[in-house]
Structure formats: structure tokens, C-alpha cells
Design a protein around this ligand. Sequence first.
Ligand SMILES: [Zn+2]
Length: 219
Amino acid sequence: MCGDHDPNHHDFSEVLALKERRLSAADRQRFEGYLAEIFGALGLDLGTPATRETPARHLQALLDVTSGYEGDPKMIKAFETECRGGSDCRLSQVIEGPITFFALCEHHALPFYGHAYVGYIPHEQILGISKLTRLVRTFAKRFAVQERIGKQLADAMSSVMQPHGVAIYLEAHHLCVEMRGVREMSPVTRTTNWRGFYENDPALRAEFFTSCGIHSMVR
Ligand SMILES: [Zn+2]
């Protein structure tokens, strides 16, 4: 019974809208001018061969690291129902991680980066493992907060697959904290999001963390 498509299930086009961003040449030139003014005022000598193009490179880097706003066309095309409720499709957790991600905090526009661990208990649908990585990166490559990435992942997986449960664990270093010397240590911020069976089953959550090799979160 594999391969059927249930129209009641959503697909990624509903949770990951594709949105192309275009900067006109005039926009680019103006934005590079702003950046040159800011970098210059901060102390950067923009007159050297190494730094002359820094405003342009910085603008392009910002576009690259926020490309998640454009969605992921491969994500949408590649998603299909792969299994329909056979006994082998149920109950055992599917877990992927660590998935490296990089994001910009929306409060300081500085990077935070770390690892995501994503798990779910399939019901009638499963996802290709590479799709979980794509999903994490699509939500991370934006101006974000860590908690929201976790919630968006849990919501998207719940909506698209309607699994028995979803588990999301994110651990990240936030450069807005570390670079500015707010704390001396290198703290790791950890967030979790649970849906379905995971919400009321500590043993299942423990199994998730153990499978991920994260023993510090097993109580
Ligand atoms: Zn911040």
C-alpha cells in the first residue's frame, strides 16, 4: 500500500512558500553605500585592495545566509507519500541529527549556530532523510530566534506528515552573547519542541535523546 496520495495531507508548498527576492542594481548600489558608511564610521579602512569590495561582499553574504526566506523548491517537488500505514511504518522513531545549521538572531543580526536533532513517529507518511536537513536549513537561514525554528520545524512536520509525534532538539551558540562578552563561558542554548506521543511520554523522549547520543538530556 505504498505510493497513494491522500489529499487530506498537506504538502510543503503550504508551509514553505517560495518567494524570490530580487535586488535591483540601484538597490544594491545604495545598500553597499550604506554599508560602506557604517563600516567606515566603525573604523574600517575601505581604501585598501582587501577591503574595497567588503560592503558588496557583506551584502551578498547577508543575502546568502538569509536565503531561507526564498523557500526550497526541491523540498516541495521531492515530497511524496512513501508509505501508507503498513505495520513497518508505525511507531518506531525516525531520528536525524546532528544537522548543522546557521542562523542570524533577529535581535542583533549576529549569527547563532549549532545542531538540530529531528525525530518523528511515522503514521502514514515518511520523509526522505535529506528532506529533514533541507527543512532545518530553510527555517534557519533567516533572521530567527532559536525557539521559533524549533516550533516551525515541529509545526511543519506535523502539518505535512501528520505523524504520531514530533521531537525537535536544538543546541546553539549565540554570537550576540559570546562575542560581546556578556558571559565568559561559551554557553549552549538548548530548546525542545514536542508534539503528539512525545508530549506525555518521558520514556519516549529519553529514547529520542539516547538515540541522538545526548545523554545530558536524559533524566
Ligand atoms: Zn541576539
